[in-house]
Write a protein that binds this ligand. Structure first.
Ligand code: HEM
Ligand SMILES: *[C@@H]1O[C@H](CO)[C@@H](O)[C@H](O)[C@H]1NC(C)=O
Ligand SMILES: *[C@@H]1O[C@H](CO)[C@@H](O)[C@H](O)[C@H]1NC(C)=O
Ligand SMILES: CC(=O)N[C@H]1CO[C@H](CO)[C@@H](O)[C@@H]1O
Length: 325
């Protein structure tokens, strides 16, 4: 009797704990297991088929998720179109993958109308993009709701390509992400490209010195200059991880370690002892106990995915991802 009462008590406590955490704005694994069991399969198939036509879409989806979470939380505000939305702000430079999310949403709406948020579709798509390029998968907690607001001005929260390391660290700390999370997540630059526009200032006249950025490896400089000639087309895109643009691997960290970071912010990871140590550990070099990059990346992605969530009755489930209901 006592023991069954105790069991009941424990159950009740568990139930209460679950309710409380949900009320506090948490996601959980299996949120749609009953209401939309085909959700994960639909997202995966959609990302897979667009990846087969255009592998660059993987990097686009990963970056889009990062931008979404950093501006007003992971609430699909990045997907809203219209004047003065996040999408129209300068850091949106060439975000790609909107059509993949829209395509998945259309199919999900016909399978289970009004149930699955665009924010959750984006979170799943970013994970699937990592797996398709060779990273380790993880379970994505879901239950996010879509935001009603999107502001171009919100993009000030995003780190910029020329932010000093102290600013990068504090922008991540503002989102409850520590320095290890920063270095692991920036490891997302193991896939994808950047336009010459965001780094060619390092190649010819860095800080008005008429010299290149001294942090660029002298053997790497002519390679970058050939890709982005002075006065050339600044829309040309260059791999962030030279030699391994479509592989989710540790070579980005090896490149950064060797002065082959493309963005100034990548190169700056070496300028601070803490971030430098994480670069070395993720790259497999000595500098502390080895850290498996793809495992740590997955862990940090789950943390990133919990940024400033709207759950419960806040926000809404959008019918189409580009507009509020
Ligand atoms: C200090 C932090 C960061 C800075 C300053 C930064 C900056 C940039 C810049 C300037 C680009 C090139 C954009 C363009 O020319 O179109 C870029 C691309 C990219 N970023 Fe970051 N980023 C940061 C962190 C992250 C994080 C945390 C992720 C993901 C977890 C990420 C994923 C990507 C990806 C995948 C691309 C390639 C996009 C493509 O090929 O379409 N970045 N980033
Ligand atoms: C280099 O930059 C400085 C400062 O922005 C500028 O005054 C100078 O004219 C530039 N040099 C060249 C060769 O463009
Ligand atoms: C510059 O490069 C972009 C991307 O490769 C291309 O679409 C565009 O046509 C180029 N512009 C010029 C003027 O060559
Ligand atoms: C896709 C998109 O909306 N791109 C916009 C990015 O921001 C610039 C302005 O900085 C707009 O001109 C683009 O239309």
């Amino acid at each position: 009797m006592v023991s069954s009462f105790n069991k009941m008590h424990i159950l009740l406590c568990l139930l209460l704990a679950t309710l409380t955490t949900t009320a506090q704005g948490q996601t959980r694994i299996g949120f749609y297991d009953i209401t939309c069991p085909t959700f994960q399969t639909i997202v995966r198939a959609t990302v897979q088929s667009s990846f087969r036509t255009n592998p660059a879409v993987a990097a686009g989806l990963l970056r889009m998720f990062f931008h979404d979470c950093f501006v007003l939380g992971c609430d699909a505000s990045i997907l809203l179109s219209g004047p003065s939305t996040e999408r129209t702000a300068p850091p949106n430079l060439s975000l790609v993958g909107f059509e993949v999310i829209d395509a998945a949403k259309t199919q999900i709406e016909s399978a289970c109308p009004g149930v699955v948020s665009c924010a959750d579709i984006l979170a799943l798509a970013a994970r699937d993009a990592v797996v398709l390029t060779g990273g380790i998968g993880w379970q994505v907690p879901t239950g996010r709701r879509d935001g009603l607001v999107s502001q171009a001005s919100g993009t000030v929260d995003l780190p910029a390509f020329n932010d000093p390391i102290s600013v990068q660290i504090s922008k991540f700390a503002d989102k409850n992400l520590n320095t290890q999370d920063l270095v692991a997540l920036v490891g997302g630059h193991t896939i994808g490209t950047a336009a010459c526009a965001v780094f060619s200032y390092r190649l010819y006249n860095f800080s008005g010195t008429n010299q290149p950025d001294p942090d660029i490896n002298p053997a790497f400089l002519p390679q970058l200059r050939a890709l982005c000639p002075n006065g050339g087309n600044v829309s040309t895109r260059v791999a962030l991880d030279t030699g391994s643009v479509n592989r989710f691997d540790t070579s980005y960290f090896v490149n950064v370690r060797n002065g082959r970071g493309v963005l100034e912010s990548d190169a700056k990871l070496l300028s601070n002892p803490t971030t430098r140590t994480f670069v070395q550990r993720f790259s497999g070099a000595v500098g502390g106990p080895a850290l498996r990059f793809t495992n740590e990346f997955a862990r940090s992605m789950v943390k990133l995915g919990n940024t400033e969530l709207k759950t419960g009755s806040r926000g809404e489930i959008r019918r189409v991802c580009s507009a509020i209901n």
